[in-house]
Design a protein around this ligand. Structure first.
Ligand code: NAD
Ligand code: WQD
Length: 337
């Protein structure tokens, strides 16, 4: 299939490009590079063994820019990663998050339908469950109250896309609710490249290990979890990437609306991750316990059985792979791209 990948220069998008090409698909990337570096696409091309990945530096809010891209291609589907994703920043700048994520997606969907491309795979998030009613989380678990504007953009966009499909059944909408992506391509050539101080656990750990930051702050050790620290469903980004390739099959089968949790189904605590990182990589990660971070929940992991049953997808990488590949990327690229 010929796929439009929005946000393809980013962390998850760049890894997904590799898996798409490996599976015989072709892709065109649209990205405004607001949180990414074109070097990622160059390295993806090297890994795949093609001269270049077709790329348009276009903002998805730019209708005329998108029209120009669509004029040159007949896309079978769009994998839509483009969006702002920093939870804390979204609290400071809610308008910017709603305008970019929701405004951008509305423009994208309109241009898609005008060009007869009515298949979309959307990057949703475990955050739409809020503080979940049940663990492990299944797709039947009701959506909850999001604790920040970023989360609301995901929740609202799920609704926008489902309503779009209901009104026009020619659409196929796959909502992939990612849990906590970590890791990097095993080559160490591409990986997560946060700007400034990392918000997420794994890039913080790798920056401490590489000497960029003095110590990790562990946000709370008094949660009702086995060791008191927060438990999450970390998933290797290469597994997450293959989930998108598998999700294309749902589109081929004309799924209508498909909603899938994309996680491993295993919960690991903050200290489990730190200890695995130290054990596998043989590096020190100094840490100290800090107060809880506002908005965090104790435990979040999923039941990924639906993705296995309907998409034939399952995670293949374990915690050791995740910490090894995260470190492999960071130590080869101490300053990122
Ligand atoms: P990322 O920031 O690395 O990638 C997003 C890409 O979108 C970037 O390259 C950025 O430049 C681009 N972009 C943003 N706004 C744009 C716009 N208006 N027009 C064009 N390009 C634009 O983030 P990621 O971690 O690869 O996440 C990809 C998607 O997955 C996002 O939608 C994110 O919200 C979602 N998601 C991420 C996580 C996570 O923890 N990384 C978890 C759940 C869901
Ligand atoms: C994981 C655990 C922290 C940093 C976020 C978004 C979610 C999704 C994934 C996009 C928690 C602890 C963290 C640190 C720590 N993104 N932690 N010290 O909060 O589960 O999810 O990213 O959709 O929407 O909210 O991920 O990596 O920030 O935190 O102790 O310096 O690590 O308290 O228990 P989170 P995270």
């Amino acid at each position: 299939m010929h796929i439009l990948v929005t946000g393809g220069a980013g962390f998850i998008g760049s890894h997904t490009l590799i898996e798409l090409y490996k599976a015989g698909h072709t892709a065109v990337v649209v990205d405004n590079l607001c949180n990414s570096n074109p070097l990622a696409l160059q390295r993806v091309a090297e890994i795949i063994g093609v001269p270049a990945i077709p790329f348009h530096k276009v903002d998805i809010r730019d209708r005329a820019g998108l029209e120009r891209v669509f004029a040159g291609h007949k896309f079978d589907a769009c994998i839509h990663f483009a969006g702002l994703k920093a939870v804390g920043e979204s609290v400071e700048k809610p308008w910017e998050y709603y305008e970019n994520n929701i405004g951008g997606t509305l423009t994208l969907v309109d241009v898609m339908r005008r060009h007869g491309c009515k298949n979309i795979i959307f990057s949703s998030s475990a955050t739409v469950y809020g503080d979940p009613d049940e663990i492990p989380i299944t797709e039947q678990c009701p959506k909850g109250q999001c604790t920040n504007p970023y989360g609301w953009t995901k929740s609202m966009l799920e609704q926008v896309l489902m309503d779009t499909q209901k009104a026009d059944p020619e659409w196929n909408v796959v909502l992939l609710r990612y849990f906590n992506p970590v890791g990097a391509h095993p080559s160490g050539r591409i990986g997560e490249n946060p700007k400034g101080i990392p918000n997420n656990l794994m890039p913080y750990i790798t920056q401490v290990a590489v000497g960029k930051r003095a110590e990790l702050g562990v946000f709370g050790d008094d949660y009702p979890t086995p060791d008191g620290t927060g438990v999450r469903d970390y998933i290797h980004v290469v597994d997450l990437a293959t989930a998108h390739v598998c999700a294309l099959q749902a589109i081929v089968r004309r799924c209508g609306i498909g909603i899938y949790n994309i996680g491993t189904g295993h919960g690991y605590s903050v200290l489990d991750m730190v200890k695995a990182f130290v054990r596998v990589n043989g590096v020190e990660v100094p840490y100290s316990i800090k107060p809880r971070r506002v908005g965090d929940i104790a435990t979040c992991y999923c039941n990924p059985a639906k993705a296995m049953a309907e998409l034939g997808w399952e995670a293949r990488h374990d915690i050791d792979d995740m910490v090894r590949d995260s470190w492999n990327w960071q130590r080869q690229n101490p300053e990122g791209y």
